[in-house]
Ligand binder design. Sequence first.
Ligand SMILES: Nc1ncnc2c1ncn2[C@@H]1O[C@H](COP(=O)(O)OP(=O)(O)O)[C@@H](O)[C@H]1O
Ligand SMILES: [Mg+2]
Length: 269
Amino acid sequence: MAHIIVVGNEKGGAGKSTVSMHVATALARMGHKVSALDLDLRQKTFGRYASNRKTFLDKAGLDLPSPRYHDLPDIDQSSLKPGENLYDRRLSAAVAQLEPDSDFIVIDCPGSHTRLSQVAHSLADTLITPLNDSFVDFDLLAHVDSDGKRIIGPSVYSEMVWNARQLRAQAGLKPIDWVVVRNRLGAQQMVNKQKMGTALETLARRIGFRTAPGFNERVIFRELFPRGLTLLDLKDVGVKQLNISNIAARQELRDLIKALNLPGVNADF
Ligand SMILES: Nc1ncnc2c1ncn2[C@@H]1O[C@H](COP(=O)(O)OP(=O)(O)O)[C@@H](O)[C@H]1O
Ligand SMILES: [Mg+2]
């Protein structure tokens, strides 16, 4: 059975597609069979990232390990059972098709609440939620009082995850390992960083997620997309000397992969 990694957060710009591509490619580079699905049917950033990679590698005559990207299959409407949702069927057909030949299926979600995203969350063995270091983004996980310290209650997204967890429990599936990853951490703004850290740890205990080390704000993340590359590929495409920031970013990615604690993944790579 493939291990399903869902990358979700109802906020756009949190880093879902960036994290999806980096995690999927890192696992492929470690020798795992990785399939990729993009449920953001409108923006398709993950799909475009993967196809940019293919175009670039083909042009450069390189063969680097890559996640295998798949579009959701089209389903003949007439084959649906009465009351069956078309999107549910497209997603379950994709997963059923990919499972036998994948160690991991990485599913990137849209930055809004959709039926597809909701169903995907209930399929997640591991759920990664990238989160920008801002209380505006935190607000989708939980509401806090005015000093940012006391948690008043859960918000829409954590309630959605809670529902997905209930569904899995009812179906006898193992619980979701929910990992919140802080993204775009700044070198300044220490007070906000600390406040966010404290609020996240309090919330983690309350609604049942763990936090993993994330990525600092680094320009390299914005530059890799057109060539479909990740931080781990730079040496293989002829970059001789990585600068300090890129080395640090690569280490952040390795630390994240370790922290995800995925089945069959060697922690030292
Ligand atoms: N750690 C980071 N440092 C700098 N830019 C980042 C970082 N993570 C993501 N970005 C940039 O932020 C934007 C949103 O990221 P993206 O992965 O598309 O988010 P989402 O899929 O959640 O909408 C993109 O322009 C991306 O290149
Ligand atoms: Mg995206």
